[in-house]
Write a protein that binds this ligand. Structure first.
Ligand code: SF4
Ligand code: SF4
Length: 306
């Protein structure tokens, strides 16, 4: 890695994505998020540093990880069950290299803009044929705004479309740096009541709503995405407030509803953390239809995503 080169910490690059913006995309998942949404399905995205994951069902208790760990972070009990001392683990990955069953993985690695650009550029022909491109997602990509801006600038120079998938919880100046090189924004709106928003995500919503206006005023094409969680943000009152707010962002701004699912629960177990979304439920078809009607009645085009 050359000195001074812009770097970022990512945990995945997903090719041929069709859910992260227009067309066929390569989605770069950046690590670290200032929110702690209780329904988050990407547990590995939340912390900024690299973390070790253990898929317990794949472990055969061989003990190779115990022997190689330089920190003494791995232990095996009398029942051949592996325990990770997470306060000792530095996510060095030495245990991953010796594990014979792929039970271990490190989530998070530092990469350069050039590393990522080369991977994105490989699929350029797919973007050209589908109006696709690169998407920066997370985590919250604006936590690493300089890295994202540098990547997007390079992509734009190469004629590759750029999409920012953001929670909107960011310094407006950092947002502005990235918007300069952004063609499309996926902007999450979770709840219009700031106190409820704080209780569900750990932060108030005022900064998020003002960043939504920054995006709208920049003229960048924008889609508001709403994670729909039954009993959380699907009340008629909250949906009406959300629709009214989105309507103020401009004529071209639409909404995509994303019904809650529990697919992320296993990842929490892998990282040794409790799953906070246990109490939440997927909204019914009737609730989803009602929500869509509310947005459309307010003049906001609305679709339901997967
Ligand atoms: S990642 Fe490194 S420090 Fe952590 S358990 Fe494995 S070998 Fe030990
Ligand atoms: S090396 Fe892999 S399979 Fe062996 S005990 Fe460690 S985690 Fe389990």
């Amino acid at each position: 890695m050359a000195q001074g080169e812009s770097t970022g910490v990512i945990f995945n690059i997903q090719k041929f994505s069709v859910h992260d913006g227009p067309g066929i995309r390569t989605t770069v998942f950046l690590k670290g998020c200032p929110l702690a949404c209780q329904w988050c399905s990407n547990a590995e995205s939340m912390r900024p540093e690299a973390e070790l994951g253990l898929i317990r069902s794949l472990c055969n208790g061989c003990g190779k990880c115990v022997n190689i760990c330089p920190e003494g972070a791995m232990n095996v009990d009398a029942g051949h069950t592996i325990r990770v001392s997470r306060d000792r683990c530095t996510a060095c990955g030495e245990c991953v290299a010796v594990c014979p069953t792929d039970a271990l993985a490190v989530y998070g690695k530092r990469v350069t803009v050039e590393d990522v650009f080369q991977q994105v550029h490989r699929d350029r022909s797919f973007y050209e044929n589908s109006n696709g491109g690169v998407t920066a997602s997370g985590g919250e990509p604006l936590r690493q705004a300089s890295f994202v801006a540098a990547l997007f600038r390079k992509c734009r120079e190469a004629g590759i479309g750029t999409c920012l998938d953001t929670s909107g919880y960011a310094d407006p100046d950092r947002l502005g740096e990235v918007l300069e090189f952004t063609d499309y924004v996926l902007f999450d709106i979770k709840h219009m009541d700031s106190d409820v928003h704080r209780s569900l995500t750990g932060v108030a919503n005022d900064l998020i709503l003002s960043c939504a206006r920054v995006v709208a005023e920049s003229g960048t094409q924008m889609l508001c995405r709403i994670p729909m969680v039954a009993g959380m943000n699907d009340t008629v009152g909250n949906l009406i407030q959300t629709a009214r707010f989105v309507r103020t962002l401009g004529d071209g701004v639409a909404v995509e509803l994303l019904p809650y699912h529990r697919l992320g629960a296993a990842k929490y177990r892998t990282l040794g953390r409790p799953y906070p979304g246990e109490a939440f439920a997927t909204p019914s078809q009737e609730q989803t239809d009602l929500a869509r009607n509310i947005f459309e009645d307010h003049g906001v085009p609305c679709t339901v995503g997967g």
